[in-house]
Design a protein around this ligand. Sequence first.
Ligand code: SAM
Length: 282
Amino acid sequence: MSAIDGLPPLRDVIARHDLRAKKQLGQNFLLDLNLTAKIARAAGDLSGSDVIEVGPGPGGLTRGLLAEGARKVLAIEKDARALPALAEIAAAYPGRLEVIEGDALEIDPLAHVQAPIRIVANLPYNVGTELLIRWLTPKDWPPFWQSLTLMFQKEVAERIVALPGSKAYGRLAVLAQWRADAKIVMTLPPEAFVPAPKIHSAVVHLTALDAPRYPADAKVLSRVVAAGFNQRRKMLRASLKGIHPEIERLLEEAGIAPTSRAEEIGLEQFCALARAVAEAPR
Ligand code: SAM
């Protein structure tokens, strides 16, 4: 029996349900329930929130979320082998865990949860980045979620929270920080997982702001930032040539030296440039 919930230790659960980790599903499991409870606490006060958990696997983090008081957990898992283990957790927390079998990239969870909604996941890194970008670029803002608490490869986590002037600063940082507060709340060594990956990991916590930090059209901003960082060594007057024929004038209008490079430009300036581009006649 484990200390946090009276359910069996995860090692036993994995052995009993033959949940050997599969590489092609990006499976690196967290077995320490004190650690998963700590990650759940990093997601904020869960007591009044529904939590969408993507990729619960054998359920270590799921158990952390439930033990920390989540009103309801909706767990989306692609690997059917994990379902019996998750059903045991659901039985221990009547009415509080719903499991959907399927691909999180294809499932719309919104019919199954109620606001306020928090999202928590320890996912394969490629799926995590793709979902993060989707969650950061909804049609309307504020988004349906209040916070995102996500495990990433440490290097990706550093790109999300990076500031101008650093090597890690790029499109992901601008996208994340424009409309959310983003911080690294925990770093984990490879040995925290079974099997141990080759790299270090980190948990990033993002809180949605009510409104963008600076006004800009999301599509224009995204085009400008993508073009600027696609050729990050070039001066902006060259890398942004395709954005507008008079880009040099627009850069100046936004208070940006046309000879500067994307990695030197802060959020406020990128937004000013996106506004100048959006307003400029073509
Ligand atoms: N959350 C568990 C933990 O912390 O121990 C498992 C983490 S493991 C890194 C990633 C989990 O995501 C696996 O259970 C895997 O089967 C699942 N998964 C992978 N791709 C998925 C997808 N597209 N949709 C839903 N689940 C997925």
